[in-house]
Design a protein around this ligand. Structure first.
Ligand code: CP
Length: 312
C-alpha cells in the first residue's frame, strides 16, 4: 500500500499510523546518503523558512535540526526564549502569531510543558515539529532510535526492545513505545518502581523491576537518563544505589545477547545509567543514533514542507 504524507504537523508518534512511520523511515533511507557526500547540500527546501524555537537546553536535537535544514538549503531563524519578548510577558501564542505573520513555513519547538507544541499547532498555520515537550513525546528521537535499530536488524516486527531507567519523566520512552509497538516490536520497560508510571502496561509493554530479565533476550537496550531537572522529590534513594541496581555495566552485560544494540538518547550520565566501558564499547550505537538523527530530521522536514520533488 502506498502512503502519502497528509499531516500538517509532527507532534508525536501516538498519532501516526504504522504506515506513516514506515514512510518516514523509508524517506530517511534516501536522505542518509546526502550527509556522506563531500558537499552536503541539496536545494530541496530552498525558499522555505525554518524557525528553531527552544525553551529548554539541547545539544543534539537543536544542532541536528539546524544541520538538516541547512543541508536542504532552508533559511533558518533561531529564537532564544530568554532573549525574546516572552521574557517581557508576551504569551507563547502571541509570540507564535507574530512569527507566523513573518510567513515562516516550519516551527520546531522544544518546551518544558507537555502539550505546548499542540497549542501552537491549533493556533498558527506553519507546520509544527515537536522537538520534545515536557515528559510527553520526542517524536524525532523515537524515529531515529527505531531507524538505527532497523538499520542493524533489518526489521522491527518481532524484536525485543528493553527501555531501562526513568520511565516516569521520559518523553523519549513514550515516543519509542508508541513507534516500536505500532511496528510490531515487543517492548519491555524496567526501572525503579518510583520511576515507573502507573498503568504503563496499557501502552502494550511488559513491565519488570528485574534488570536481568530486561537484559536477557533483548535485541536492543535503550538506557534513559535520570532526569534530575524534572524530579520534584527524591524518587531514588541515591545515584550510587541506582547505578548499582539499574546502571548497565560490564557485569550486567554478561546477561546480554551477543548481538545486542546498546542505545542512549543522550545526554549520558556516565557511571549512572551506563558505565563508560559500555557506552563506548563494541555494542554501543549511541553515536550512530546521533548521525541518523540528521537524516531522520531531513526526512521529516521534507515530508512536512509538502515539497513534491526531491531535487537532489
Ligand atoms: N536526545 C536529546 O534530545 O538530546 P538533547 O537534549 O541534547 O537535544
Amino acid at each position: 500500500m502506498t502512503v502519502t504524507w497528509t499531516k500538517k504537523d509532527l507532534l508525536g508518534l501516538e498519532e501516526l499510523s504504522a504506515a506513516e512511520i514506515e514512510l518516514i523511515l523509508q524517506t530517511t533511507d534516501s536522505f542518509k546518503e546526502i550527509s556522506q557526500r563531500p558537499i552536503k547540500k541539496v536545494p530541496t527546501l530552498r525558499g522555505k523558512t525554518v524557525v528553531l524555537f527552544f525553551f529548554e537546553p539541547s545539544t543534539r536535537t537543536r544542532t541536528s535540526f539546524e544541520l538538516a535544514a541547512k543541508r536542504m538549503s532552508a533559511d533558518i531563524l533561531n529564537i532564544q526564549a530568554s532573549a525574546s519578548s516572552l521574557a517581557k510577558g508576551e504569551t507563547l501564542k502571541d509570540t507564535a502569531k507574530n512569527i507566523e505573520a513573518m510567513k515562516v513555513d516550519i516551527i520546531i519547538m522544544r518546551h518544558s510543558s507537555s502539550g505546548a507544541p499542540h497549542l501552537l499547532s491549533r493556533s498558527v498555520s506553519p507546520s509544527i515539529i515537536n522537538a520534545g515537550d515536557g515528559s510527553h513525546e520526542h517524536p524525532t528521537q523515537g524515529l531515529l532510535d527505531i531507524f538505527t535499530i532497523k538499520e542493524h536488524k533489518k526489521k522491527i516486527a518481532g524484536l525485543n526492545v528493553s527501555i531501562i531507567g526513568d520511565l516516569a519523566h521520559s518523553r523519549v520512552a513514550r515516543s519509542n513505545i508508541w513507534g516500536l509497538t505500532k511496528l510490531g516490536a515487543k517492548v519491555t520497560v524496567c526501572g525503579p518502581a518510583t520511576l515507573m508510571p502507573v498503568g504503563i502496561e496499557r501502552l502494550g509493554v511488559k513491565v519488570t523491576y528485574d534488570i536481568r530479565e530486561a537484559i536477557e533476550g533483548a535485541d536492543a537496550i535503550n538506557l534513559l537518563r535520570i532526569q534530575t531537572e524534572r524530579q520534584s522529590q527524591n524518587l531514588v534513594p541515591s545515584v550510587r544505589e541506582y547505578a548499582m541496581r539499574f546502571g548497565l555495566d560490564a557485569e550486567k552485560m554478561k546477561y546480554a545477547k551477543k548481538d545486542v544494540l546498546i542505545m542512549h538518547p543522550g545526554p549520558i550520565n556516565r557511571g549512572v545509567e551506563i558505565t563508560p566501558e559500555v557506552a563506548d564499547g563494541p555494542y554501543s550505537v549511541i553515536l550512530e543514533q546521533v548521525t541518523n538523527g540528521i537524516a531522520v530530521r531531513m526526512a521529516v522536514l521534507y515530508l512536512l514542507s509538502g515539497v513534491k520533488e526531491r531535487t537532489t
